[in-house]
Every structure is written in structure tokens, then in C-alpha cells.
Design a protein around this ligand. Structure first.
Ligand code: PRP
Ligand code: MG
Length: 181
């Protein structure tokens, strides 16, 4: 179909629900970082939408930077080895860093990223994620800000892709079986 949303069999979160959740998260972040500088670090590529919308919910000054990381070798994450494809442009020494991602699945990406960033003498390193899959978690990751916990099923939209598609959906949902065949 020409309408990509018609590939969804179930919508978990509408655009309105996502924006309301980000506004809630922004209130908590504003309170916690009151009087502190804030450097938001987005994890490319999935976090682009969350970063853009969460940052615009925040009524305060902030900076944004980006990292791109990848599983080592074959592209499977099971090795737990991650490499940096694009590092920060910012020296985070003494900075309050808030890592922004749209989903914590196994936790491998962010557990590695947090330990990497923690070795750079930041003043603090915390995580904000829109989604988390508690049942899939294989590594200890403790995000300070979580939008929703979701079941361990494959979701797309709002930055989340299937074969690089569906990131531009405004909602989050599950794909109809015909998409996979
Ligand atoms: C996805 C997602 C998270 C990560 C979560 O990114 O955006 O960054 O996987 O999975 P994990 O908790 O099991 O590590 P992906 O590496 O697929 O790249 P993308 O952001 O470019 O889609
Ligand atoms: Mg990602």
C-alpha cells in the first residue's frame, strides 16, 4: 500500500500518546537538571525522533551531540561487542550527559555505551529511553527515564526500523505478517 501505516497490524502508541509521554519525561528532566548544564547524546540512528521531540519539550538550554555504534562483525548483537562508528564531537569532562535512545532491547548497546562514556570523567551519565523490553534484557542497564515497558515483540515506527524502513512513522506499532513474507 502507499500508506505505510497500513502495514501495521496493531498500534501500541499513537503520535499523541508519544508526545504526551515525552512531555512528562521532560518535566522530570527539567527538575532533575535544574541549575546544571545538560548535554543530550542521541544514539544514531533510531534515537533521532525521540531526541528531536524530547529536546523540544524541554524549556531550558541544552546541547545535543550524537554517537553511532555498531555491533562488531556480522551484525549480530549476541557477541556483546560494540564499536564506535561516530564518536562524540564534545569533550564530556565535567558535563552532565543524558544518553537518549528510543528502545532498550537486550541492553547491550547502552550498557557498553554507558561504560564507555563513564570512563571519560563526565559529571554524570544517565539514560532516557522511550521504550524498554524488560523480558529481553540481558545486560544490566538502569535508565533514569523510561517512557513505557513493552512486551518482547518486534515494534517499528518513530525511529524503530524493519530493514531500515518504518522509522518515519509517527506512531509505534507491530507489523502485519504480510510485510515479512
Ligand atoms: C537499536 C535501537 C537501540 C538498540 C537497542 O539500534 O535503536 O539503539 O538497537 O538494542 P539492544 O538493547 O539490544 O542493544 P540499532 O543498533 O538497531 O541501530 P539503529 O538505531 O540505527 O536502528
Ligand atoms: Mg539505535
Amino acid at each position: 500500500s502507499a500508506h505505510i501505516e497500513s502495514d501495521l497490524v496493531n498500534i501500541l502508541f499513537t503520535e499523541e500518546e508519544i508526545q504526551a509521554k515525552l512531555a512528562e519525561m521532560a518535566k522530570l528532566i527539567e527538575a532533575d537538571y535544574d541549575g546544571k548544564d545538560l548535554l543530550m547524546v542521541g544514539v544514531l540512528r533510531g534515537a533521532v525522533m525521540v531526541m528531536a521531540d524530547l529536546a523540544r519539550c524541554l524549556d531550558r538550554h541544552l546541547e545535543m551531540d550524537w554517537m553511532a555504534v555498531s555491533s562488531y562483525g556480522s551484525g549480530t548483537k549476541s557477541s556483546g561487542v560494540v564499536r564506535i562508528l561516530k564518536d562524540l564531537d564534545t569533550d564530556i569532562t565535567g558535563r552532565h550527559v543524558l544518553v537518549v535512545d528510543e528502545i532498550i532491547d537486550t541492553g547491550l548497546t547502552l550498557s557498553w555505551l554507558i561504560s564507555n562514556l563513564s570512563s571519560r570523567n563526565a559529571a554524570s551519565v544517565e539514560i532516557a529511553t522511550l521504550l524498554r523490553k524488560p523480558e529481553a534484557l540481558a545486560m544490566p542497564v538502569e535508565p533514569k527515564y523510561v517512557g513505557w515497558d513493552i512486551p518482547n515483540e518486534f515494534v517499528v515506527g518513530y525511529g524503530l526500523d524493519y530493514q531500515e524502513r518504518y522509522r518515519n512513522l509517527r506512531c509505534i506499532g507491530t507489523l502485519a505478517p504480510h510485510v515479512y513474507s
